[in-house]
Design a protein around this ligand. Structure first.
Ligand SMILES: [Zn+2]
Length: 142
């Protein structure tokens, strides 16, 4: 006993649609190899649509959907990685910009008492500086 009506055609499923869509660029390409690939893909798609063996087609569909789920999963991961690299580059660039601006606004001096490096703002006239390491106070032109 057949589990399905043999007169019913299987019709369009996601796999057939996918095959038909990806066949198009091949069909419109000038190379004869592409044309053959396009015809095979389109032919496969049409054979599936007209098929009277839905259970077999359904199995193909399930395989295809598993495959596309995996493909989506890996595409998502790849996208995450790429955008991660992108934002790292952005952050690095921002840091370089801050460093350059820092150099314009601050200068680094040494504490005369303990040689601790201190960052002081530029162009503020004479400042009373307190060393953050030893607490030594000294005046310095900036
Ligand atoms: Zn000091």
């Amino acid at each position: 006993m057949k589990a399905y009506d043999s007169k019913v055609r299987y019709g369009w499923d996601n796999l057939s649609k996918f095959l038909a869509v990806i066949s198009l660029p091949f069909l419109f390409s000038r190379s004869s190899i592409s044309l053959i690939i396009g015809l095979i893909l389109l032919g496969w798609s049409i054979v599936r649509v007209l098929s009277k063996n839905p259970s077999k087609r359904k199995r193909e569909e399930i395989v295809f959907e598993n495959w596309s789920r995996h493909a989506n999963y890996w595409l998502d991961i790849a996208e995450d990685k790429i955008s991660g690299v992108g934002s790292n580059i952005k952050k690095w660039y921002q840091r370089q910009k801050w460093k350059v601006e820092d150099r314009k606004r601050f200068k680094v001096i040494k504490c005369p008492n303990c040689s601790q490096k201190l960052r002081i703002p530029k162009g503020k006239g004479k400042l009373l500086i307190t060393c953050r390491s030893c607490g030594h106070k000294f005046k310095k032109r900036t």
